[in-house]
Design a protein around this ligand. Sequence first.
Ligand code: AMP
Ligand code: ZN
Length: 464
Amino acid sequence: MLKLYNTLSRTKEEFKPQADKVTMYSCGPTVYNYAHIGNLRTYVFMDVLRRVLKYDGYKIKGVMNITDVGHLLSDADDGEDKMVKASREQKKSPVEIAAYYTEIFMNDTAALNIGMPEIIAKATEHIDDMIKYVVALQEKGYAYETSDGIYFDIAKFPEYGKLSRLNLDEQIAGARVEVNSEKRHPADFALWKKAEKNHIMQWQSPWGMGYPGWHIECSAMSRKYLGKTLDIHTGGVDHIPVHHENEIAQSEALEGCKTVNYWLHGEFMLVEGGKMSKSLGNTYTIAQLKEKGYPPLAFRYFCLNAHYRKKLNFTFDGMDSALTSLKRLYALMLKHKQGTEKASAEALGKYETEFRNAIDDDLNIPLALGTLWTMLKDEKDSRDVYSLALKFDTVLGLSLDKCEEYADKPEPAEIPDDIKAIADERWEARKNKNWAESDRLRELLKEKGYAVKDAKDGFTVEKL
Ligand code: AMP
Ligand code: ZN
């Protein structure tokens, strides 16, 4: 029986979807910059949840948004639009910025074996749905117009704060809401903003040119694809007090019923014990980890080692041990793959039950990993063990089937451009039968720590 911790009730609850196909919405990235390892931890969590559901036999209809319309600097509606800021600083159009960072996000998540939700919804392609949503809220009396936008009237939704369990005063203090004398209540939030003439991204609406508030994106897109009430909604813990509280207010006001049955939130990743922030220069990306010699799956392993509801402190020591453990896992897998012993069905059954109990207990992946380790270490080398480990890997996503390739190095090292250039030059020299030059360049590569291997119609370069 799968149990999930529901932020709304603050308890582990038995998971009962409304139908066979689980409906799930995940708050996606704001694509104005690289996703950092903290963001990616949240998507590893989403992925593990999806994998556990599948392991338990469920089908999933998942939706994730891509926030490409801009997003104000603070979760409340003040500050400069992040997309506009990036656009100005990088001298690219918002569309170029969004396309560039979306592609990198997709590549990073693929490298981490994160399976994407079935539907990826770009905010810019759903502006009409958002406008209709705001109009409907206005018609029901939950929204009002000011000179700069359309706001949600919090006083009309007495349950506001039920997810974060903060009262409104605490909310306001936390959200640093701007002073806006036209708002009826300081915590009322923008559903739609009227754009000034020079605002980069703006759309036609019943209230003139403007752009949507951030919270309305998620409510409108989840309603469109998943209907009134969805089974699961995920995001990072930072979304609990403002973003998800506002989603609840909008959607319950509109639908007149509960709109999310299970709210799941991933805890934050810290760096060297503190907050990750650009100004501190500690927001690492997957590319930066790779440059430092850590393959993406070592980062995935690092994330899996901590429960998703615990803060996780990123350190390079921690990454070193994750990498060592991962290499050892591949080596153990290889031993079992080549093993000739027969494993006892009873022992395998015990591991399988243990594994399932762990993942079904609110995704206790550290415990499930423990079962995998015990099995690989304690059992005699056997293909049966290997096969069961591969079944476990449908949840873990560590590419254990690639143990042969990855046993030493979980991923071939990237060859830097200057090394590639020397190797190309050497190949040219060789083609021209300039053996002396070809040998000199081979030596040069060796000094730099690389080896070339020639084949009939080309060559490969490897790190020594
Ligand atoms: P954003 O692109 O800023 O909307 O963030 C994308 C996702 O990353 C959201 O679900 C956030 O809750 C999550 N997130 C942001 N910072 C961290 C962090 N340090 N650790 C874990 N998740 C984070
Ligand atoms: Zn959202």
